[in-house]
Design a protein. Structure first.
Length: 254
């Protein structure tokens, strides 16, 4: 019996080759190492993860995964495009790993799948285990990580017309009448550090009533979250993000 069969979570690191914002970001040097290596290391260090698989169409990424002791799985071309959905790519990995068809999966399967992005080299220590533990404790379908929105609060979002006119994004009062950051109600945004889902949710056996079937349906019906400190996660989507991550990791290594 494998560790996965005994109840450990399956972690899948997604790291495709293509990126318009930062070409080659998963293999670019961040903090003295390939970017994806940081995420692989975080997954391998998680106590509640029993197997780490790296899914990529990039031979360089797959070579890094193998060298670090993770399983390398080449991703099919149609699942590595700009328009390919994350959940489709993850489902294919799961079916290949388990060696079963989708029909053979149970509707109440609570085995955990951890979804990690290779372009997030900076995430809080232990966040993967925290997310898995919360999913088990709450018997949730998914757990996602969040951060406070900071000064980019939804209440301070406005519509600026072509003529320069300003009006509220919603409602009738600009800024909801709040002009000091400390007076804003707490609001959070997904930070990309970790997402954990059950097999049942991933394969859409636990559809949430709060939304029609769509890209986030695989989060399931019962959703929970862990909260990180503002700025504690760096998701590389732009060149400036790479500079920040590199500085953070080099400073941490001193």
């Amino acid at each position: 019996m494998t560790q996965q069969e005994r109840g450990g979570a399956l972690a899948i690191v997604l790291a495709r080759a293509g990126s318009k914002g930062v070409p080659g970001k998963n293999t670019m040097a961040i903090g003295g190492r390939p970017c994806v290596a940081w995420t692989i290391e975080h997954a391998l260090a998680a106590r509640l993860v029993s197997r780490v698989i790296v899914s990529s169409d990039d031979a360089g990424v797959l070579a890094i995964a193998t060298k670090m002791g993770a399983s390398a799985m080449p991703r099919q071309a149609h699942l590595a495009t700009d328009s390919a959905r994350v959940d489709d790519a993850v489902r294919q990995v799961v079916l290949d790993v388990l060696g079963v068809s989708e029909r053979e999966l149970r509707d109440d399967d609570r085995r955990e799948v951890v979804i990690l992005y290779g372009n997030v080299p900076v995430r809080p220590a232990g966040c993967i285990d925290r997310a898995i533990a919360l999913l088990r404790e709450r018997r949730a379908d998914s757990v996602q990580s969040y951060q406070p929105v900071g000064k980019h609060h939804p209440w301070w979002t406005a519509r600026v017309g072509s003529d320069g006119s300003v009006r509220p994004w919603e409602g009738d009062v600009l800024n909801h009448g709040v002009y000091r950051r400390q007076d804003l109600p707490p609001a959070h945004v997904p930070d990309g550090a970790v997402l954990v889902v059950t097999m049942a949710a991933l394969f859409l056996r636990r559809l949430g009533a709060q939304e029609a079937p769509g890209p986030h349906s695989f989060f399931g019906a019962v959703r929970a979250g862990i909260v990180h400190e503002e700025g504690s996660v760096v998701d590389i989507d732009a060149p400036t993000d790479a500079l920040v991550a590199d500085a953070v990791l080099r400073e941490g290594g001193k």
